[in-house]
Write a protein that binds this ligand. Structure first.
Ligand SMILES: [Zn+2]
Length: 368
């Protein structure tokens, strides 16, 4: 409609100008102005970002019994939600590789948690509309350098932007006329470090120079039922420094990030809005087919929908509650467990954000 309107305007301008014997140059410059205005108008005013946590669609290591056998796609039951996103994000908790040896030292392979999904599974991610993924986590190195290389190649083949390893600390991609900068951090080997705030800040600042919207991902914080709260301190787990996720997220926003998406604890954590920018502290497990404990809150698979303006400021959101049970891909949870859990944690950990959740999962900031 707008397009037709502009054609009419351009036609009107040019014929009337030519009738008045304006120079061809003047008419041409009017064309340029009209076309530029058309581009501005056709740019969306808001962006709907959807984010999910850990994705491991099935592994053929240590053997094929950890792959699905019913031919069902990993996202079949949640695709109606996922495909509504302008930008869809997830954390790839494993590798997509058809070669490579297990790089973890394990005396008993049955207890060795290394994840190797077939490269052919990359198509599931593309079909569901994943635009960007973090590969900064404790599993990207499971099959060594070849695993990282093949995972990267597979994501590229399916037009999915990714970052988080030394070969690809950050990336820039474009969609619907908007340029996005993306970077991802974790405490783990092979990954850009969540502890090195100076370096992380520098990456975000550089992305901000080149991109309209900067998205930052982190895989951090302690794991499990006892670690659902954001402590605002450095978290240690299995003797490892898993980062101070509160300090990290705030530092990234101060450096220019527009949205910060966390995962890693295998449980959901609170949302926060800090300086008008949205933070999810942990999106938990989303599509972890086998070899993950999915008891209780670990089975919640939140889909965070966040609407931002072109300055990256938070407008509103909606939390869609999906769920997993062992060796069943995510499906919508009528009991809305993820919503109840994240609402509770957000009210307890970040009352100053004044986020109000409705029963249908919609959330917005309470006005002063
Ligand atoms: Zn992890």
């Amino acid at each position: 409609m707008r397009y037709l309107f502009f054609i009419a305007v351009i036609f009107g301008i040019s014929t009337s100008m030519q009738a008045q014997k304006y120079s061809k140059q003047a008419v041409d410059s009017m064309y340029v102005i009209a076309i530029k205005t058309q581009e501005e108008l056709s740019k969306p005013k808001e962006i709907k970002i959807m984010a999910v946590g850990d994705i491991m669609m099935g592994t053929n290591f240590p053997n094929d019994s950890y792959l699905p056998r019913d031919g069902k796609g990993p996202f079949d039951d949640v695709n109606t939600i996922l495909t509504q996103a302008d930008i869809l994000f997830g954390n790839l908790e494993g590798t997509l590789t058809d070669e490579g040896e297990n790089a973890k030292r394990c005396s008993d392979p049955s207890k060795c948690y290394s994840f190797r999904s077939p490269e052919s599974y990359g198509k599931y991610l593309e079909d569901s509309g994943f635009d960007v993924m973090s590969i900064a986590n404790n599993h990207i190195g499971d099959f060594g350098a070849v695993g990282i290389k093949n995972t990267s190649k597979t994501l590229e083949k399916h037009n999915i932007a990714y970052a988080g390893v030394f070969a690809q600390p950050s990336t820039i991609f474009e969609k619907n006329g908007i340029t996005y900068g993306f970077c991802a951090f974790a405490p783990n080997k092979d990954c850009l470090k969540i502890h090195n705030l100076t370096n992380a800040k520098k990456i975000v600042q550089e992305l901000k120079q080149k991109a309209d919207i900067v998205i930052v991902s982190f895989h951090g914080g302690a794991e499990g039922f006892k670690h659902t709260h954001v402590t605002r301190k450095t978290e240690r787990f299995y003797g490892e420094d898993r980062g101070n996720v509160y300090k990290f997220a705030h530092t990234m926003i101060d450096a220019g990030a527009d949205i910060v998406l966390g995962h890693g604890p295998h449980v959901s954590r609170a949302f926060e809005v800090y300086n008008n920018k949205f933070i999810a502290y942990s999106l938990g497990n989303f599509c972890t087919f086998s070899r993950f404990n999915l008891d209780g809150v670990k089975g919640y698979a939140p889909i965070a929908e966040v609407v931002i303006d072109l300055e990256g400021n938070f407008i509103k959101g909606k939390l869609h509650s999906a769920k997993q049970i062992d060796e069943i891909y995510p499906f919508m949870d009528e009991k809305k467990g993820a919503l109840k859990e994240i609402k509770r944690l957000t009210e307890e950990d970040f009352p100053e954000s004044k986020l109000l959740f409705e029963e249908d999962g919609s959330f917005s900031q309470q006005k002063e």
